[in-house]
Design a protein around this ligand. Structure first.
Ligand SMILES: Nc1ncnc2c1ncn2[C@@H]1O[C@H](COP(=O)(O)OP(=O)(O)O)[C@@H](O)[C@H]1O
Ligand SMILES: [Mg+2]
Length: 230
């Protein structure tokens, strides 16, 4: 059963006197336990799609369903706070805080499961993405790019969500570090049963995922293909 589904999503941007269609009646569904990539050329509408399923923007027509319920009904803010985690290319962490403090700040604003020992739980999540206690207690700007992205992933997961959304999360990382982050996403999907949806413009990275949704710049819809060998 799908955890997240879009039905006939339609979205345009103003383009001079006209409107440019970015998403043209897009209907796709996502399941837990799978790693998805959204692939497409620059400007094809990948970020727009992610923004819609992250409820950071709203479609002109069509619906987004979380566990078969419209996110409009759930409430956009509540959906963002309790049901999804987002990771960006630029990490978007609070630089003067430690990794641990960044994660605990996120945990303190969700309505999900009450944490009896928030600090212990935050450290455990950080450890699970490869950030040990010593690094967790460092200020963000004393961590490498790859480590900062791991903290951002821990923050996204810390609210106990099933859906992890990421927009070009390896865009600022070297090839080797990038691979470790992709491996982490695979593990989260396959061993922790998360639904991971990642935007990338790299055909090579997309090959690492279970399902590729390729955004066609002519039709502005997805071509879906399953990868057998992951
Ligand atoms: N706020 C906006 N107003 C008008 N056009 C926009 C706006 N944001 C993005 N666009 C245009 O929409 C298209 C898709 O953008 P985007 O979703 O960011 O693409 P991608 O992430 O695939 O590079 C691009 O042509 C972009 O210029
Ligand atoms: Mg983009």
């Amino acid at each position: 059963m799908s955890i997240l589904e879009t039905k006939d999503l339609f979205f345009t941007y103003p383009d001079g006197d006209e409107r440019k269609i970015i998403l043209n009646e897009v209907s796709v569904s996502f399941e837990k336990g799978k790693f998805y990539t959204i692939l497409g050329a620059s400007g094809s509408g990948k970020t727009t799609f992610l923004s819609l399923i992250a409820a950071l923007d709203q479609p002109e027509r069509g619906e987004i369903l979380f566990h078969e319920k419209s996110i409009r009904e759930i409430g956009y803010e509540k959906y963002r706070r309790n049901h999804i985690g987002i990771v960006f290319q630029q990490y978007n962490l609070i630089p003067y805080m430690t990794g641990l403090e960044n994660v605990m700040t996120a945990m303190s604003i969700t309505d999900n499961s009450v944490q009896t020992n928030m600090k212990a739980q935050a450290l455990e999540i950080l450890e699970s993405v490869g950030i040990n206690a010593t690094k967790a207690n460092r200020k963000i700007n004393h961590l490498s790019g790859g480590e900062q992205q791991r903290v951002a992933i821990a923050r996204a997961l810390s609210t106990n969500v099933d859906v992890l959304l990421a927009d070009e999360p390896t865009g600022n990382l070297d090839a080797k570090t990038s691979k470790t982050i992709i491996d982490l996403f695979k593990t989260l999907a396959h061993e922790k049963n998360k639904c991971v949806i990642m935007v990338t413009h790299s055909e090579k990275i997309a090959q690492e995922s279970d399902v590729i949704l390729k955004l066609n710049s002519d039709t502005q819809t997805f071509e879906v293909s399953q990868n057998e060998m992951v």
